[in-house]
Design a protein around this ligand. Structure first.
Ligand code: URA
Length: 434
């Protein structure tokens, strides 16, 4: 088999066989296929696309390129949740303890943030002492004993995806549905959960800015999951404005804690309840989504979910006093209030622009090597649909550097569309793909 022939075939619209896909993945992972040939194939895939069977074969080949985590030692149906990423997306931090408090084991492997979307691990590490590095035995023991553990992905989880994703990132081949679906699902499948709830984001702050593309990606991933014997569903949800109010690591942790205690912003709380209900359904812990909803609401209102979160923090080395008193979290040196220059309805808060403003402040990584400033970020005071008077505060900018603050302020201002008349607001949940 020659890589040249695979590139030639795909370039001309042909369908790659399982053998050919395996040859590419093994050869590239082993370092036998050079970057220029892998890049050429990815670009051919980008333009010619892959069919369902090729996408499934690519997923399986990447899944098999490294460790397959065996979670059989954990009792019960393990349900994983994955979000395609967005601005202010701190869902795992609240959702994992909520679901665990309902009795469903949550064994979650999460990633770090790159660019304008933050990562769950970075956010959790804003709790002093909290560690996401743990051996698989401890991970499994924690889930068996406390129903919850969140760890960083092991270095050898789907290594083919790691190197191919890095190549896609620099060859403008990220935004292809088959490549995204296989990249996400190979890691989910290798992580060993029995069932998977996918939160596919759509809107200005998401990979999939267009709703039809988001549904197509959701369908592709659900098919892959179900065909690989995992009960999989996807919720297509709104990322046109940031989720909740807080964007930035410790600011988001504080918001997640408030939500676990029964407060928190409405949209964020609603998303946690909805995703939680479906996770309980897939875990066969409830018979209907409505029953799931009641159960989730109950563990929040009784404080059970917050108690599980505290145990989770302690078990992973975190200082629980920060969770009990969120005022202890270190603060940025200043908080600047962005005031509205106009009076009217907020019809847009572009999520990607808010994300970039937070990145400018230092809340995210420009490159893999960047060091994150855990204290900085943005807290929205108004959301889409709200009426605002000129001079009222739109958002609080938490900053440590004056130049960065000025730059971020200009960016953040441009995220808003304020008009005399209100426009219809898009829903939080666009639909469910089963
Ligand atoms: N997240 C992934 O893991 N892979 C992609 O291709 C896109 C988003």
């Amino acid at each position: 088999m020659r890589m040249y022939d695979l590139i030639f075939k795909k370039r001309n619209g042909g369908v790659l066989s399982k053998k050919e896909i395996n040859y590419f993945i093994k050869g590239y992972t082993d370092g036998d296929i050079p970057d220029y040939q892998a890049s050429a194939l990815l670009m051919a895939i980008y333009f010619q696309k892959m069919n369902e069977c090729e996408t499934a074969d690519l997923t399986e080949a990447m899944m098999n390129s490294g460790d397959i985590i065996n979670l059989n030692a954990i009792n019960g149906i393990k349900v994983d949740k994955h979000s395609t990423g967005g601005v202010g997306d701190k869902t795992t931090i609240a959702l994992a303890p909520i679901v665990a408090a309902c009795g469903v084991p949550v064994a979650k492997m999460s990633g770090r943030g790159l660019g304008h979307t933050g990562g769950t691990l970075d956010k959790l590490e804003s709790i002093p002492g909290f560690s996401v590095d743990m051996a698989i035995d401890k991970f499994i023991n924690n889930v068996n004993n406390f129903k919850i553990a969140v760890a960083g992905q092991t270095a050898n989880l789907a290594p083919a995806d790691k190197i191919i994703y890095a190549l896609r990132d620099v060859t403008a081949t990220v935004d292809n549905i088959s490549l995204i679906a296989s990249s996400i699902m190979c890691k989910k499948l290798a992580s060993g959960a029995d069932s998977i709830v996918l939160d596919v984001k759509t809107g200005s702050g998401a990979f999939m800015q267009n709703i039809d593309d988001a549904f197509e990606l959701a369908q592709e991933m659900v098919k892959i999951g179900n065909n690989m014997g995992r009960d999989t569903i996807a919720l297509v949800t709104n990322m046109d404005q940031p989720l909740g109010n807080a964007v930035g690591n410790s600011l988001e942790i504080k918001e997640a804690i408030e939500t676990l205690k029964g407060g928190g912003p409405e949209d964020f709380k609603e998303l946690c309840i909805t995703l939680g209900s479906y996770m309980l359904l897939l875990a066969r812990c409830v018979e209907t989504v409505e029953e799931g909803r009641r159960k989730v609401e109950n563990v929040i209102s009784t404080g059970k979910a917050f108690d599980v979160f505290k145990t989770f923090v302690i078990e992973q080395g975190g200082d629980v006093s920060y969770v009990e008193n969120i005022d202890l979290f270190p603060k940025a040196k200043g908080v600047y209030e962005l005031k509205s220059e106009a009076t009217g309805y907020i019809n847009k808060i572009e999520a990607d622009v808010v994300g970039l403003a937070a990145l400018t402040l230092g809340a995210g990584r420009e490159t893999k090597e960047s060091v994150i400033d855990l204290t900085v970020g943005i807290v929205l005071n108004k959301k889409v649909g709200d009426y605002v008077q000129a001079g009222e505060t739109l958002a609080y900018i938490h900053y440590n550097n004056d130049d960065k603050r000025k730059d971020a302020t200009e960016k953040l201002k441009s995220a808003y569309l304020i008009e005399e008349a209100s426009r219809s607001k898009s829903p939080l949940l666009f639909g469910i793909v089963t």
